[in-house]
Write a protein that binds this ligand. Structure first.
Ligand code: DCT
Ligand code: MG
Length: 398
């Protein structure tokens, strides 16, 4: 990393310089070697911890990416997400535009935004977006559990601008998920702490082991990547007995109901069918049995207490929990897929397809050249099949 830090400090170009360095010390015949120290365009070839040294830029890019997402402009949305992801992987703050030379995924538009931030501390386009009524409204509506961009857009077009507008509109029929989303809005829009995630892990662990002593529970999502806070807690539950995993979630749900802590449950039975692999749809949701829950968490169960709102005297809060239940022979793929981050997953799949002629999803890895599936029992196996250096979960915060 020192090479990078040095050139950043002096505001000189990064990868370009490395290329010269390598060419100077190697024989001149043959194709020019790839600069070893260069930052890859793929997040799965970068190590990205939760320490983000470029938050002023990445927050701005996220606003613009989200705004493009609301307008269904996938190209620019992805461009800003990729640019943010590259900056997140850097070991220090970008001090000037010259220091970004040689970095991948930074185009004219992203650089213009960075330039403004470097000069004035903010960018006009970001300020304009943040004060835009449509952006503000869609952001507000999609913050409700069960409300996606399509529904938010529909409500916006009908002239609705606030939660009270929606709740007062007699022609709007909220579904169960949205009703729960509004009912527990304050609680589930407040971040879940690591201690709360641990307490929920204990509750689910107890349920799994009451069903079968060799049941397996694994924490995934942001908390597995070392995040201090999350919007929910994601778990994988399974058992070594193939076929038995599909009955786990219904039994867990039953137990949570009897304990009186199940506030909402959307259960989706497994539609996993080996004969339909590989799945060609990019970023499609997987077919394993899963459930999206809202649970009641007691303060007494959380070490150090709840992450409560100020002035809230209740000794409980509502929290979002996701459970997914893959068969044991798919465990590694499910774990890799659910650990995220989203950008890391996107780039793993893109890398597999573009660089290796393979298809990767949460169920399997398929080699299109050899026309065969590549088995894996651990995440390391999958990285090895892809010819990638292993990236630890806490380095996948792309
Ligand atoms: N995931 C994915 N593609 C999606 C949705 C989810 O690859 N469309 C994966 C990546 C992360 C994991 O599932 C869990 O999703 P979230 O809980 O939404 O993300 P998170 O990283 O856990 O972040 P948060 O802390 O906000 O929960
Ligand atoms: Mg999560």
């Amino acid at each position: 990393i020192s090479w990078f830090t040095e050139s950043m400090r002096e505001g000189r170009p990064v990868a370009v310089e490395t290329r010269h360095l390598i060419q100077d010390t190697l024989p001149t015949e043959g194709p020019p070697p790839t600069p070893v120290a260069a930052v890859s365009q793929y997040a799965c070839q970068r190590r990205t911890t939760i320490e983000n040294n470029n938050k002023i830029f990445t927050d701005a890019f996220e606003v613009l990416a989200e705004s493009y997402e609301f307008s269904e402009l996938e190209g620019p949305c992805l461009a800003f997400r990729r640019a943010a992801s590259v900056l997140k992987s850097l070991p220090m703050a970008v001090p000037c535009l010259a220091a970004t030379q040689g970095l991948p995924c930074l185009g004219e538009h992203t650089k213009a935004v960075m330039e403004e931030i470097l000069r004035y501390g903010r960018a006009f386009e970001v300020e304009k977006t943040l004060s835009d009524e449509r952006y503000q409204t869609l952001k507000l509506f999609t913050s409700v559990f069960g409300v996606g961009p399509k529904t938010a857009e529909k409500w916006y077009r009908r002239g609705l601008r606030s939660f009270s507008d929606i709740l007062a509109e007699p022609s709007i029929q909220l579904n169960q998920m949205q009703q729960s989303g509004f009912l527990h809005y304050e609680d589930i829009s407040r971040a879940v702490s690591k201690a709360e995630a641990r307490a929920l892990g204990n509750i689910i662990d107890e349920a799994v082991h009451a069903i079968t002593p060799d049941g397996i529970l694994a924490l995934t999502g942001g908390f597995r990547r070392g995040k201090e806070f999350g919007h929910d807690v994601d778990f994988i539950v399974t058992t070594p007995e193939l076929g038995m995993e599909t009955s786990l979630i219904p039994i867990i749900i039953n137990r949570l109901t009897r304990q009186g802590i199940l506030l909402y449950c959307d259960y989706q039975a497994s539609t996993f069918d080996k004969s339909k692999l590989p799945c060609h749809r990019f970023e499609a949701m997987d077919h394993f049995a899963k459930c999206f829950l809202i649970l009641r968490l007691e303060g007494s169960q959380v070490e150090g207490g709840l992450n409560s709102a100020e002035g809230d005297s209740r000794d409980w809060r509502a929290v979002r929990v996701d459970l997914v239940s893959p068969p044991m022979d798919r465990y590694a793929f499910a774990l890799l897929g659910w650990t995220g981050s989203r950008q890391f997953e996107r780039d793993l799949r893109r890398f597999a397809r573009m660089e290796r002629g393979m298809l990767l999803d949460n169920h399997a890895l398929y080699d299109k050249t050899k026309k065969e599936f590549l088995a894996a029992t651990t995440e390391r196996d999958i990285f090895a099949h892809l010819g990638l250096e292993y990236i630890e979960p806490w380095q996948r915060n792309a």
